[in-house]
Design a protein around this ligand. Structure first.
Ligand SMILES: NC(=O)c1ccc[n+]([C@@H]2O[C@H](COP(=O)([O-])OP(=O)(O)OC[C@H]3O[C@@H](n4cnc5c(N)ncnc54)[C@H](OP(=O)(O)O)[C@@H]3O)[C@@H](O)[C@H]2O)c1
Length: 214
């Protein structure tokens, strides 16, 4: 199964791409926007494609042509202003959904944020970010794609525990990026995650078991 990773140079994206590369079932195609990132990944034997989320839907569709799934784990990050949140986290995500429909790639995993589906639980300081995630997720839910929306809690860079909790609604808590990446791998082919979203935080189950309990 070939998977286009949008945001492959990111902190979750890098770990997720290596996990796919190490697996026997999946093969990554890493989407990055800089040539030096492309060279580094190709040096490690990873297939890459250069594309920018601020580019056209056609370019994004071309980047994913021939893939079986798309995983969106890009983001404008905390150091840019609300304008980039709108252009990347909202419009970039929606363009990726449109591109998947255009390229005929049916499976689409979105990395969203915990409780993005419940306005009353949005973090006060970054309501604009939650609004971007909320409406990108809604556009995905209204698409023809077989989607899964993964809504992790606060991301940590510490080593993963290998144990997570997944459910429709969870209290805000944290989770290592490595555990999010592992859950994304498990979700790719887990039918329990098809056409649904879930919050994801650290817990007591392996990602495979946590997803089966959904
Ligand atoms: N921080 C949290 O606590 C938290 C909580 C829940 C969910 N999330 C979400 O989790 C996801 C992954 O987070 P992360 O920390 O792993 O992200 P990250 O390290 O900030 O990586 C984001 C990636 O997006 C890429 N990107 C940005 N603009 C782009 C563009 N125009 N075209 C193509 N790629 C572009 C960046 O590319 P470059 O490497 O070239 O800059 C980067 O590789 C994000 O969607 C984030 O919103 C975060």
């Amino acid at each position: 199964m070939k998977v286009l990773v949008i945001g492959a140079n990111g902190q979750i994206g890098k770990q997720f791409t290596s996990m796919l590369q190490e697996s026997e079932q999946f093969e990554p195609r890493a989407m990055v926007r800089k040539e030096e990132q492309q060279k580094a990944l190709e040096g490690g034997g990873v297939e890459t494609v250069l594309a920018d989320l601020e580019g056209s839907v056609d370019d994004l569709a071309e980047a994913m042509r021939g893939c079986d799934a798309v995983v969106f784990t890009a983001g404008s990050g905390g150091s840019t202003g609300p304008e980039k949140t709108l252009l990347i986290d909202l419009d970039g995500a929606v363009k990726s959904v449109e591109a998947a429909e255009k390229a005929g790639v049916d499976r689409f995993l979105m990395v969203s944020a915990v409780q993005a589906h419940n306005r009353e639980n949005w973090s006060e300081k970054i309501r604009h970010y939650f609004a971007a995630k909320h409406y990108a997720d809604r556009m995905l839910m209204n698409s023809s794609l077989n989607y899964t929306i993964v809504r992790p809690g606060g991301l940590l860079n510490e080593e993963g525990t290998g144990k997570v909790q997944a459910a429709e609604n969870l209290e805000r808590a944290s989770i290592p990026r490595e555990d999010v990446a592992r859950t994304l791998v498990a979700a790719l082919t887990e039918e329990k995650t098809y056409r649904r979203g879930f919050d994801l935080i650290s817990g007591n189950d392996t990602p495979e078991d946590a997803l089966k309990k959904l």
